[in-house]
Design a protein around this ligand. Structure first.
Ligand SMILES: Nc1nc2c(ncn2[C@@H]2O[C@H](COP(=O)(O)OP(=O)(O)OP(=O)(O)O)[C@@H](O)[C@H]2O)c(=O)[nH]1
Ligand SMILES: [Mg+2]
Length: 414
């Protein structure tokens, strides 16, 4: 019965498995000293967690030691000490232990215990975990967000044909064999003038500085007219850098060869890849290379997590994408979107309420359109995409407010 209870896992519904397990451990239950007042006598204030038996203490000590020793050897290459103190509920348990050939032998209180771990989680069965942090950087419109979406295999960053679409760092987590590659999509780097533009460029450089390696993405079709801007980035970069020539689907082979040779002479890149982020061409080799150079290190995100962006952020970004696609000239740049409510209803549909901030009354009028026609179109497009992303019916409510938000970009770009 105990085995059956310990192997039973129920998600989403409140259940009393832990309580039943606790009863099995109770000394009175074990010795058969039972009566009909058992629960009233021993759990007068209800059940608030199992009591710690000596058995539990021993198991906890050994598991803690086993994990510690494995990690020390695996990730730090440290020789492990033989004397430990394990602390459980403020009690200290001094022990001696040795870890050899996958078996832990611990001596506690003059008794010797042996443990050999057989972990249920796959992550500990793999050879060795590796982890690499990579920033995707470059001029605006190079295809950085398209690349992160193609690598992750789903839309985590918005994409438009307009420059300066991405306004903040967006992380995407890819798994390649035993390697976690954590990509950061960053805003484009350009000569910033306004407060908002300076915040975007600062965010891009801070992503570059914080990660192990930079993928400098170049739109190979337009590289010659941008070569001075690219050189300026390279001068400032001083960081491990892989060059990615993107949009190869737009040019002929001889032009691509010329671009390759040009960049090869320009800078000592760790490697150069030629890809089409849009057509998913060349990404396999890139990912494999990144996985090869990744250092040993623990995975920092669960295996099924693709991004650390919140639903509030992602849904606001989708609306902003539709604003970028439907508005012209400078108008998209004067908008910011904040999600004020993201709520799952009992019928499994989503209620999403967002505010679109604009700088002037005239902007508000254009966004609303004749009889609300523009905002209606934006709402329909955003809602339809949100329903695909969240695989749920979405009720999207958009409100337009006038506010000088670009004076305080840090409050509106999360
Ligand atoms: N033909 C072609 N177009 C691409 C490719 N990669 C991206 N694009 C297009 O280039 C435009 C810009 O793509 P984004 O991914 O938004 O570029 P970005 O570098 O993130 O731009 P910012 O966020 O503004 O810095 C979009 O219209 C994409 O569809 C590619 O490999 N081939
Ligand atoms: Mg982008």
């Amino acid at each position: 019965m105990q085995k059956a209870l310990s192997e039973c896992y129920i998600d989403g519904v409140t259940n009393n498995i832990e309580f039943l397990e606790s009863i099995f451990h109770h000394p009175n239950f074990i010795t058969g000293k039972l009566n009909t007042r058992f629960i009233l006598d021993f759990y007068p204030n209800g059940f608030h967690g199992d009591f710690v038996t000596e058995e539990y203490v021993k198991i906890s000590i050994l598991v803690a030691l086993y994990i510690h020793l494995r990690n020390e050897q695996k990730y730090c290459n440290n020789r492990v000490n033989e004397a430990f103190v394990v602390v459980i509920n403020d009690n200290e348990y001094p022990i001696n232990a040795k870890y050899q050939d996958g078996t832990l032998t611990a001596i506690y209180n003059h008794n010797s215990y042996s443990v050999k771990g057989r972990w249920k989680s796959n992550s500990y069965n793999v050879k060795e975990q590796k982890c690499l942090f990579v920033t995707i950087a470059g001029l605006p419109n190079a295809g950085k967000s398209t690349l992160i979406n193609s690598i992750i295999g789903k839309k985590i960053a918005i994409v438009t044909p307009k420059a300066q679409t991405t306004r903040t760092q967006i992380r995407g987590i890819a798994i390649c064999g035993d390697t976690h590659i954590i990509f950061t999509d960053s805003p484009g780097i350009f000569t910033a003038k306004t407060k908002l533009e300076k915040a975007l460029v600062k965010s891009a450089w801070s992503a570059i500085k914080g990660d192990d390696i930079t993928l400098l993405l170049i739109d190979v079709k337009s590289y010659l007219q941008n070569i001075e801007k690219i050189k300026a980035i390279l001068v400032k970069l001083q960081h491990r850098c892989i060059l990615i020539l993107n949009k190869i689907d737009l040019i002929k082979r001889p032009e691509l060869k010329m671009a390759y040779e040009h960049f090869n002479l320009l800078y000592k890149f760790e490697k150069i890849f030629m890809i089409s982020a849009l057509k998913n061409d060349g990404l396999f080799d890139l990912i494999n290379y990144l996985s090869e150079i990744a250092p040993v290190g623990p995975w920092l995100y669960p295996e099924d997590q693709a991004t650390d962006s919140s639903n509030d952020f992602l849904s606001a970004e989708i609306t902003r994408e539709k604003l970028f696609l439907n508005l012209h000239q400078e108008l998209p740049y004067s908008t910011a979107v904040i999600t004020e409510q993201f709520e799952k209803k009992k019928d499994k549909s989503l209620i999403i309420k967002q505010v679109i901030f604009v700088l002037r009354e005239s902007h508000k009028k254009i966004i609303l359109g004749e009889g609300g026609s523009n905002i209606k179109k934006i709402n329909i497009e955003a809602r339809s995409e949100l329903e695909k992303i969240f695989e749920q019916k979405v009720h999207l409510f958009l409100f337009v407010k006038i506010r000088p938000w670009s004076d305080r970009p840090e409050e509106y770009i999360v």
